[in-house]
Design a protein around this ligand. Sequence first.
Ligand code: 5AD
Ligand code: SF4
Length: 452
Amino acid sequence: MKIFLETFGCQMNEYDSELIRSILRSHQHTFVENLDHAEVALLNTCAIRENAHEKIYHRLDELKGRKRRQKNLVVGVLGCMAQNLRQELAEHAPIVDIVAGPDSYRRLPLLINSVRGTGEKGFDFSLSEYEAYSDIAPQRMPGVNAWIAIMRGCDNFCTFCVVPYTRGRERSREPQNIVAEVHRIAAEGFKQVTLLGQNVNSYRFEQHDFADLMQMAAEVDGIRRVRFTSPHPKDFPRKLLHTMAANPKLCKHIHLPLQAGSDSVLERMNRTYTKQEFLDLVAEIRAIVPEISLTTDVICGFCGETDEDFEETLEVMRRVEFDSAFTFKYSERKHTIAERKFKDDVPDEVKLQRLTRLIDLQREISKQHNAAEIGKIFEVLVEEPSKKNPHEWLGRTDQNKGVVFWDDAVKPGDFVQVRINAAGTNTLRGTVERQGWRRLPVTAVEAECCAI
Ligand code: 5AD
Ligand code: SF4
Protein backbone atom coordinates (compact mmCIF):
# COMPACT_ATOMS: atom_id res chain seq x y z
CA MET A 1 0.00 0.00 0.00
CA LYS A 2 1.19 3.56 -0.70
CA ILE A 3 1.22 5.55 2.51
CA PHE A 4 1.32 9.28 3.14
CA LEU A 5 2.41 10.14 6.69
CA GLU A 6 2.24 13.64 8.12
CA THR A 7 3.70 14.52 11.51
CA PHE A 8 2.47 17.22 13.88
CA GLY A 9 3.93 18.33 17.21
CA CYS A 10 7.14 17.65 19.06
CA GLN A 11 10.40 15.82 18.34
CA MET A 12 9.05 12.74 20.10
CA ASN A 13 6.38 12.59 17.40
CA GLU A 14 9.02 13.00 14.68
CA TYR A 15 10.81 10.04 16.19
CA ASP A 16 7.59 8.03 16.43
CA SER A 17 6.94 8.68 12.75
CA GLU A 18 10.35 7.17 11.99
CA LEU A 19 9.28 4.09 13.97
CA ILE A 20 5.96 3.96 12.12
CA ARG A 21 7.79 4.13 8.78
CA SER A 22 9.99 1.24 9.84
CA ILE A 23 7.07 -0.90 11.05
CA LEU A 24 5.05 -0.35 7.88
CA ARG A 25 8.02 -0.79 5.51
CA SER A 26 8.74 -4.15 7.11
CA HIS A 27 5.20 -5.11 6.00
CA GLN A 28 5.96 -4.14 2.39
CA HIS A 29 4.15 -0.81 2.48
CA THR A 30 5.82 2.13 0.74
CA PHE A 31 5.76 5.85 1.47
CA VAL A 32 4.81 8.67 -0.87
CA GLU A 33 5.49 12.38 -0.49
CA ASN A 34 2.39 13.43 -2.37
CA LEU A 35 -1.08 12.81 -0.97
CA ASP A 36 -2.42 12.48 -4.54
CA HIS A 37 -0.55 9.19 -4.87
CA ALA A 38 -1.58 7.77 -1.49
CA GLU A 39 -3.91 4.89 -0.67
CA VAL A 40 -3.54 5.48 3.08
CA ALA A 41 -3.24 8.90 4.76
CA LEU A 42 -1.89 8.82 8.30
CA LEU A 43 -1.71 11.85 10.61
CA ASN A 44 0.63 11.48 13.58
CA THR A 45 -0.92 13.99 15.96
CA CYS A 46 -0.29 16.18 18.98
CA ALA A 47 -2.66 17.04 21.85
CA ILE A 48 -0.61 19.44 23.93
CA ARG A 49 -2.79 22.55 23.30
CA GLU A 50 -6.17 23.14 21.70
CA ASN A 51 -4.62 24.70 18.59
CA ALA A 52 -2.87 21.37 17.95
CA HIS A 53 -6.29 19.69 17.85
CA GLU A 54 -7.67 22.43 15.61
CA LYS A 55 -4.88 21.88 13.10
CA ILE A 56 -5.74 18.19 12.85
CA TYR A 57 -9.48 18.82 12.51
CA HIS A 58 -8.66 21.26 9.74
CA ARG A 59 -6.55 18.63 7.97
CA LEU A 60 -9.35 16.07 8.44
CA ASP A 61 -11.77 18.49 6.76
CA GLU A 62 -9.44 18.60 3.76
CA LEU A 63 -9.25 14.82 3.72
CA LYS A 64 -13.06 14.63 3.79
CA GLY A 65 -13.23 16.32 0.38
CA ARG A 66 -10.55 14.02 -0.95
CA LYS A 67 -12.33 10.92 0.33
CA ARG A 68 -15.44 11.92 -1.57
CA ARG A 69 -13.41 11.64 -4.78
CA GLN A 70 -11.28 8.68 -3.69
CA LYS A 71 -13.69 6.39 -1.83
CA ASN A 72 -11.17 3.73 -0.81
CA LEU A 73 -8.65 6.16 0.74
CA VAL A 74 -7.90 4.94 4.28
CA VAL A 75 -7.56 7.74 6.84
CA GLY A 76 -5.78 7.13 10.14
CA VAL A 77 -5.25 9.39 13.15
CA LEU A 78 -2.31 8.30 15.28
CA GLY A 79 -0.48 9.53 18.34
CA CYS A 80 -1.45 11.81 21.20
CA MET A 81 -4.70 13.30 19.90
CA ALA A 82 -5.88 9.81 18.95
CA GLN A 83 -5.17 8.62 22.48
CA ASN A 84 -6.70 11.74 24.06
CA LEU A 85 -9.99 11.82 22.15
CA ARG A 86 -10.41 8.11 21.31
CA GLN A 87 -14.03 7.25 20.54
CA GLU A 88 -15.01 10.90 20.38
CA LEU A 89 -12.63 11.45 17.50
CA ALA A 90 -14.08 8.54 15.60
CA GLU A 91 -17.60 9.88 16.17
CA HIS A 92 -16.83 13.50 15.25
CA ALA A 93 -14.82 12.62 12.21
CA PRO A 94 -16.60 9.77 10.44
CA ILE A 95 -14.02 9.76 7.67
CA VAL A 96 -11.46 8.38 10.11
CA ASP A 97 -10.92 4.64 9.63
CA ILE A 98 -8.05 4.04 12.04
CA VAL A 99 -7.37 5.55 15.44
CA ALA A 100 -4.21 4.36 17.18
CA GLY A 101 -2.40 5.74 20.24
CA PRO A 102 1.37 5.99 20.78
CA ASP A 103 1.71 2.44 22.14
CA SER A 104 -0.27 0.82 19.33
CA TYR A 105 1.99 1.32 16.30
CA ARG A 106 2.92 -2.37 16.03
CA ARG A 107 -0.74 -3.08 15.28
CA LEU A 108 -0.89 -0.61 12.38
CA PRO A 109 -0.23 -3.17 9.59
CA LEU A 110 -3.07 -5.27 10.99
CA LEU A 111 -5.42 -2.29 11.31
CA ILE A 112 -4.68 -1.14 7.75
CA ASN A 113 -5.21 -4.64 6.34
CA SER A 114 -8.44 -5.07 8.17
CA VAL A 115 -9.86 -1.72 6.95
CA ARG A 116 -8.83 -2.53 3.37
CA GLY A 117 -10.08 -6.09 3.62
CA THR A 118 -13.37 -5.83 5.48
CA GLY A 119 -14.01 -2.08 5.54
CA GLU A 120 -14.25 -2.36 9.30
CA LYS A 121 -12.76 0.57 11.23
CA GLY A 122 -9.85 -0.20 13.54
CA PHE A 123 -9.24 1.45 16.91
CA ASP A 124 -6.47 0.72 19.40
CA PHE A 125 -5.89 2.86 22.48
CA SER A 126 -4.21 0.40 24.78
CA LEU A 127 -1.35 1.98 26.74
CA SER A 128 1.49 -0.28 27.76
CA GLU A 129 3.81 -0.17 30.75
CA TYR A 130 6.60 -1.76 28.72
CA GLU A 131 6.36 -0.78 25.04
CA ALA A 132 9.53 1.10 24.10
CA TYR A 133 9.90 -0.09 20.47
CA SER A 134 13.51 -0.95 21.38
CA ASP A 135 13.81 -3.65 18.74
CA ILE A 136 12.69 -1.37 15.89
CA ALA A 137 15.29 0.57 13.90
CA PRO A 138 13.67 3.93 13.02
CA GLN A 139 13.66 4.85 9.32
CA ARG A 140 15.28 8.27 9.39
CA MET A 141 15.44 10.86 6.65
CA PRO A 142 19.08 11.63 5.89
CA GLY A 143 20.32 14.62 7.86
CA VAL A 144 22.69 15.97 10.43
CA ASN A 145 20.79 15.28 13.64
CA ALA A 146 19.16 12.01 14.70
CA TRP A 147 16.59 11.81 17.51
CA ILE A 148 16.60 8.87 19.88
CA ALA A 149 13.83 8.33 22.43
CA ILE A 150 15.57 7.00 25.52
CA MET A 151 12.35 6.70 27.48
CA ARG A 152 8.63 6.99 26.88
CA GLY A 153 5.71 8.32 28.91
CA CYS A 154 5.70 10.60 31.93
CA ASP A 155 4.83 10.12 35.61
CA ASN A 156 5.04 13.75 36.68
CA PHE A 157 1.41 14.69 36.24
CA CYS A 158 1.90 18.43 35.95
CA THR A 159 -1.73 19.42 36.36
CA PHE A 160 -1.98 21.27 33.02
CA CYS A 161 -0.43 18.52 30.94
CA VAL A 162 -2.06 15.81 28.89
CA VAL A 163 1.11 13.81 28.20
CA PRO A 164 0.81 11.35 31.13
CA TYR A 165 -2.62 10.41 29.75
CA THR A 166 -1.64 10.20 26.10
CA ARG A 167 1.77 8.57 26.45
CA GLY A 168 1.20 6.59 29.61
CA ARG A 169 3.63 5.48 32.30
CA GLU A 170 7.29 6.31 32.24
CA ARG A 171 9.67 3.58 31.06
CA SER A 172 13.39 3.76 30.25
CA ARG A 173 15.12 1.88 27.49
CA GLU A 174 18.10 -0.33 28.11
CA PRO A 175 21.34 1.71 27.69
CA GLN A 176 23.11 -0.94 25.58
CA ASN A 177 20.21 -0.85 23.16
CA ILE A 178 20.34 2.97 22.97
CA VAL A 179 24.12 2.96 22.46
CA ALA A 180 23.73 0.40 19.66
CA GLU A 181 21.32 2.85 18.02
CA VAL A 182 23.88 5.66 18.40
CA HIS A 183 26.48 3.43 16.66
CA ARG A 184 24.01 2.80 13.84
CA ILE A 185 23.28 6.48 13.26
CA ALA A 186 27.00 7.31 13.38
CA ALA A 187 27.56 4.68 10.66
CA GLU A 188 24.74 6.30 8.65
CA GLY A 189 26.67 9.59 8.77
CA PHE A 190 24.73 11.57 11.40
CA LYS A 191 27.00 13.96 13.29
CA GLN A 192 24.68 14.80 16.16
CA VAL A 193 22.33 12.82 18.35
CA THR A 194 19.56 14.28 20.53
CA LEU A 195 18.36 12.07 23.36
CA LEU A 196 14.65 12.51 23.97
CA GLY A 197 12.47 11.99 27.00
CA GLN A 198 9.57 13.79 28.68
CA ASN A 199 11.78 14.06 31.74
CA VAL A 200 15.32 12.83 31.16
CA ASN A 201 16.27 13.35 34.84
CA SER A 202 14.32 10.30 35.78
CA TYR A 203 15.99 8.06 33.18
CA ARG A 204 17.13 4.96 35.01
CA PHE A 205 17.95 1.47 33.91
CA GLU A 206 19.41 -0.81 36.57
CA GLN A 207 22.47 1.07 37.86
CA HIS A 208 22.64 3.52 34.92
CA ASP A 209 21.36 7.09 35.14
CA PHE A 210 21.04 9.80 32.50
CA ALA A 211 24.55 11.21 32.99
CA ASP A 212 25.98 7.72 32.34
CA LEU A 213 23.93 7.48 29.18
CA MET A 214 25.12 10.89 27.89
CA GLN A 215 28.70 9.80 28.54
CA MET A 216 28.16 6.50 26.69
CA ALA A 217 26.60 8.30 23.70
CA ALA A 218 29.51 10.75 23.57
CA GLU A 219 31.99 7.89 23.41
CA VAL A 220 30.65 6.72 20.05
CA ASP A 221 33.11 7.55 17.24
CA GLY A 222 31.70 9.71 14.48
CA ILE A 223 29.20 11.44 16.78
CA ARG A 224 30.49 14.95 17.37
CA ARG A 225 27.63 16.46 19.37
CA VAL A 226 25.21 15.03 21.92
CA ARG A 227 22.13 17.00 22.95
CA PHE A 228 19.10 16.19 25.08
CA THR A 229 15.64 17.44 25.83
CA SER A 230 14.06 17.96 28.35
CA PRO A 231 15.04 17.81 31.99
CA HIS A 232 12.68 18.75 34.83
CA PRO A 233 13.95 21.43 37.23
CA LYS A 234 13.05 19.25 40.25
CA ASP A 235 15.87 16.94 41.39
CA PHE A 236 18.12 18.02 38.50
CA PRO A 237 21.12 15.66 38.60
CA ARG A 238 24.29 17.52 39.61
CA LYS A 239 26.30 14.63 38.19
CA LEU A 240 24.89 15.52 34.76
CA LEU A 241 26.26 19.06 35.06
CA HIS A 242 29.74 17.81 35.92
CA THR A 243 29.58 15.29 33.06
CA MET A 244 28.55 18.08 30.67
CA ALA A 245 31.31 20.39 31.89
CA ALA A 246 33.95 17.69 31.43
CA ASN A 247 33.04 16.42 27.97
CA PRO A 248 33.34 18.71 24.93
CA LYS A 249 30.99 16.51 22.86
CA LEU A 250 28.13 17.22 25.28
CA CYS A 251 26.54 20.43 24.01
CA LYS A 252 26.38 23.36 26.38
CA HIS A 253 22.66 23.93 26.15
CA ILE A 254 19.89 23.04 28.56
CA HIS A 255 16.21 23.49 27.83
CA LEU A 256 14.88 23.99 31.36
CA PRO A 257 11.10 24.51 31.44
CA LEU A 258 10.17 27.18 34.00
CA GLN A 259 6.39 27.17 33.29
CA ALA A 260 5.66 29.89 35.88
CA GLY A 261 7.45 32.14 38.36
CA SER A 262 4.99 32.34 41.23
CA ASP A 263 5.09 29.74 43.99
CA SER A 264 1.33 29.46 44.23
CA VAL A 265 0.98 28.86 40.46
CA LEU A 266 3.87 26.40 40.51
CA GLU A 267 2.15 24.56 43.34
CA ARG A 268 -1.16 24.39 41.49
CA MET A 269 0.75 23.17 38.45
CA ASN A 270 2.30 20.42 40.63
CA ARG A 271 5.76 21.38 39.43
CA THR A 272 7.23 20.54 42.87
CA TYR A 273 9.80 23.37 42.93
CA THR A 274 9.62 26.96 44.09
CA LYS A 275 10.74 30.11 42.30
CA GLN A 276 13.80 30.30 44.59
CA GLU A 277 14.72 26.67 43.96
CA PHE A 278 14.57 27.31 40.23
CA LEU A 279 16.80 30.41 40.58
CA ASP A 280 19.25 28.49 42.77
CA LEU A 281 19.41 25.70 40.19
CA VAL A 282 20.17 28.21 37.43
CA ALA A 283 22.97 29.71 39.54
CA GLU A 284 24.43 26.26 40.15
CA ILE A 285 24.21 25.29 36.47
CA ARG A 286 26.05 28.47 35.53
CA ALA A 287 28.68 27.94 38.20
CA ILE A 288 29.46 24.41 36.99
CA VAL A 289 29.02 24.97 33.22
CA PRO A 290 29.75 28.70 32.71
CA GLU A 291 29.31 28.68 28.93
CA ILE A 292 25.83 27.12 29.19
CA SER A 293 22.94 28.45 27.14
CA LEU A 294 19.55 28.20 28.84
CA THR A 295 16.18 28.13 27.11
CA THR A 296 12.75 27.52 28.57
CA ASP A 297 8.99 26.99 28.25
CA VAL A 298 6.57 29.37 29.97
CA ILE A 299 2.80 29.19 30.30
CA CYS A 300 0.73 32.28 31.10
CA GLY A 301 -2.89 32.47 32.23
CA PHE A 302 -2.95 29.19 34.16
CA CYS A 303 -5.98 28.71 36.46
CA GLY A 304 -6.05 31.37 39.17
CA GLU A 305 -2.97 33.26 37.88
CA THR A 306 -3.23 36.87 39.18
CA ASP A 307 -1.44 39.93 37.79
CA GLU A 308 0.99 39.65 40.72
CA ASP A 309 1.67 35.97 39.94
CA PHE A 310 2.36 36.87 36.33
CA GLU A 311 4.73 39.69 37.37
CA GLU A 312 6.75 37.05 39.21
CA THR A 313 7.09 35.04 36.01
CA LEU A 314 8.42 38.16 34.26
CA GLU A 315 10.77 38.77 37.18
CA VAL A 316 12.25 35.26 36.93
CA MET A 317 12.70 35.74 33.19
CA ARG A 318 14.48 39.06 33.77
CA ARG A 319 16.71 37.53 36.41
CA VAL A 320 17.61 34.36 34.53
CA GLU A 321 17.84 35.93 31.07
CA PHE A 322 17.13 32.80 29.04
CA ASP A 323 18.60 32.77 25.55
CA SER A 324 15.18 31.98 24.15
CA ALA A 325 11.77 30.86 25.36
CA PHE A 326 8.72 29.06 24.02
CA THR A 327 5.75 30.91 25.46
CA PHE A 328 2.18 29.62 25.61
CA LYS A 329 -1.29 30.63 26.71
CA TYR A 330 -2.75 28.03 29.05
CA SER A 331 -5.05 25.70 27.15
CA GLU A 332 -7.30 23.42 29.19
CA ARG A 333 -6.89 19.76 28.26
CA LYS A 334 -9.33 16.89 28.65
CA HIS A 335 -8.63 14.36 31.43
CA THR A 336 -5.96 16.52 33.14
CA ILE A 337 -5.95 17.27 36.87
CA ALA A 338 -6.37 21.00 36.16
CA GLU A 339 -9.50 20.30 34.15
CA ARG A 340 -10.99 18.36 37.04
CA LYS A 341 -9.76 20.51 39.95
CA PHE A 342 -9.46 24.14 38.82
CA LYS A 343 -11.39 26.71 36.89
CA ASP A 344 -9.87 28.00 33.65
CA ASP A 345 -10.68 31.50 34.91
CA VAL A 346 -8.20 33.85 33.22
CA PRO A 347 -10.05 35.54 30.35
CA ASP A 348 -8.58 34.89 26.94
CA GLU A 349 -7.80 38.58 26.32
CA VAL A 350 -5.79 38.68 29.58
CA LYS A 351 -3.92 35.52 28.53
CA LEU A 352 -3.16 37.19 25.23
CA GLN A 353 -1.94 40.42 26.87
CA ARG A 354 0.32 38.40 29.16
CA LEU A 355 1.60 36.32 26.27
CA THR A 356 2.49 39.51 24.37
CA ARG A 357 4.43 40.80 27.38
CA LEU A 358 6.31 37.49 27.68
CA ILE A 359 7.20 37.56 24.00
CA ASP A 360 8.29 41.22 24.10
CA LEU A 361 10.47 40.70 27.15
CA GLN A 362 12.11 37.58 25.74
CA ARG A 363 12.75 39.27 22.38
CA GLU A 364 14.56 42.08 24.17
CA ILE A 365 16.72 39.65 26.16
CA SER A 366 17.46 37.42 23.14
CA LYS A 367 18.42 40.47 21.09
CA GLN A 368 20.85 41.65 23.76
CA HIS A 369 22.37 38.19 24.19
CA ASN A 370 22.79 37.77 20.44
CA ALA A 371 24.30 41.25 20.02
CA ALA A 372 26.92 40.30 22.62
CA GLU A 373 28.10 37.47 20.30
CA ILE A 374 29.18 39.88 17.54
CA GLY A 375 32.90 39.55 16.90
CA LYS A 376 33.15 36.07 18.45
CA ILE A 377 34.04 32.93 16.48
CA PHE A 378 31.92 29.79 16.93
CA GLU A 379 32.24 26.25 15.67
CA VAL A 380 29.10 25.76 13.62
CA LEU A 381 27.59 22.49 12.44
CA VAL A 382 26.11 23.10 8.98
CA GLU A 383 22.51 21.83 8.91
CA GLU A 384 20.61 22.87 5.78
CA PRO A 385 19.93 25.76 3.40
CA SER A 386 18.34 28.65 5.28
CA LYS A 387 14.54 28.71 4.92
CA LYS A 388 14.47 32.45 4.25
CA ASN A 389 17.23 32.40 1.68
CA PRO A 390 18.16 29.01 0.19
CA HIS A 391 21.42 30.51 -1.09
CA GLU A 392 22.63 30.70 2.51
CA TRP A 393 23.35 27.97 5.08
CA LEU A 394 21.77 27.51 8.48
CA GLY A 395 24.01 25.98 11.09
CA ARG A 396 24.10 25.77 14.87
CA THR A 397 26.61 26.57 17.56
CA ASP A 398 27.28 24.17 20.41
CA GLN A 399 24.88 26.35 22.47
CA ASN A 400 22.18 25.67 19.86
CA LYS A 401 22.11 29.18 18.43
CA GLY A 402 21.17 29.36 14.77
CA VAL A 403 23.82 30.94 12.52
CA VAL A 404 23.19 31.98 8.92
CA PHE A 405 26.15 32.38 6.58
CA TRP A 406 27.21 31.85 3.00
CA ASP A 407 30.07 29.67 1.82
CA ASP A 408 30.28 27.65 -1.38
CA ALA A 409 32.79 25.14 -0.04
CA VAL A 410 30.70 23.58 2.72
CA LYS A 411 27.87 21.05 2.92
CA PRO A 412 25.47 19.81 5.62
CA GLY A 413 27.33 17.87 8.28
CA ASP A 414 30.50 19.99 8.01
CA PHE A 415 31.91 21.89 10.96
CA VAL A 416 33.11 25.41 10.23
CA GLN A 417 34.44 28.31 12.22
CA VAL A 418 32.11 31.27 11.77
CA ARG A 419 32.80 34.80 12.92
CA ILE A 420 29.59 36.56 13.93
CA ASN A 421 29.13 39.98 12.38
CA ALA A 422 25.41 40.65 12.83
CA ALA A 423 22.70 39.52 15.23
CA GLY A 424 18.90 39.47 15.23
CA THR A 425 16.39 38.17 17.77
CA ASN A 426 16.49 34.56 16.64
CA THR A 427 19.61 34.11 14.58
CA LEU A 428 23.19 35.20 14.24
CA ARG A 429 24.81 35.98 10.93
CA GLY A 430 28.49 35.52 10.13
CA THR A 431 31.29 34.67 7.76
CA VAL A 432 33.45 31.57 7.62
CA GLU A 433 36.97 31.85 9.00
CA ARG A 434 39.44 29.70 7.10
CA GLN A 435 42.68 28.35 8.48
CA GLY A 436 45.68 30.18 7.11
CA TRP A 437 43.80 33.44 6.81
CA ARG A 438 45.25 36.12 9.01
CA ARG A 439 42.42 37.35 11.14
CA LEU A 440 42.89 39.88 13.86
CA PRO A 441 40.62 39.97 16.88
CA VAL A 442 37.91 42.62 16.46
CA THR A 443 39.52 44.97 18.96
CA ALA A 444 42.84 44.77 17.11
CA VAL A 445 41.09 45.40 13.78
CA GLU A 446 39.43 48.44 15.27
CA ALA A 447 42.76 49.58 16.68
CA GLU A 448 44.40 49.15 13.25
CA CYS A 449 41.60 51.07 11.54
CA CYS A 450 41.92 53.87 14.04
CA ALA A 451 45.66 54.00 13.47
CA ILE A 452 45.27 54.45 9.69
N1 5AD B 1 -1.44 24.70 27.84
C1 5AD B 1 -0.41 25.46 27.42
N2 5AD B 1 0.84 25.02 27.30
C2 5AD B 1 1.09 23.74 27.66
N3 5AD B 1 2.23 23.02 27.68
C3 5AD B 1 1.94 21.78 28.08
N4 5AD B 1 0.62 21.67 28.35
C4 5AD B 1 0.08 22.88 28.10
C5 5AD B 1 -1.23 23.40 28.21
N5 5AD B 1 -2.26 22.65 28.64
C6 5AD B 1 3.54 23.57 27.32
C7 5AD B 1 4.51 23.46 28.50
C8 5AD B 1 5.42 22.37 28.05
C9 5AD B 1 5.43 22.55 26.55
C10 5AD B 1 5.88 21.37 25.77
O1 5AD B 1 4.09 22.83 26.25
O2 5AD B 1 5.21 24.68 28.60
O3 5AD B 1 6.72 22.46 28.60
FE1 SF4 C 1 3.84 17.16 30.84
FE2 SF4 C 1 5.01 17.77 33.19
FE3 SF4 C 1 5.44 15.35 32.03
FE4 SF4 C 1 6.49 17.57 30.91
S1 SF4 C 1 7.00 16.75 32.96
S2 SF4 C 1 5.41 15.90 29.84
S3 SF4 C 1 4.91 19.11 31.36
S4 SF4 C 1 3.50 16.13 32.84
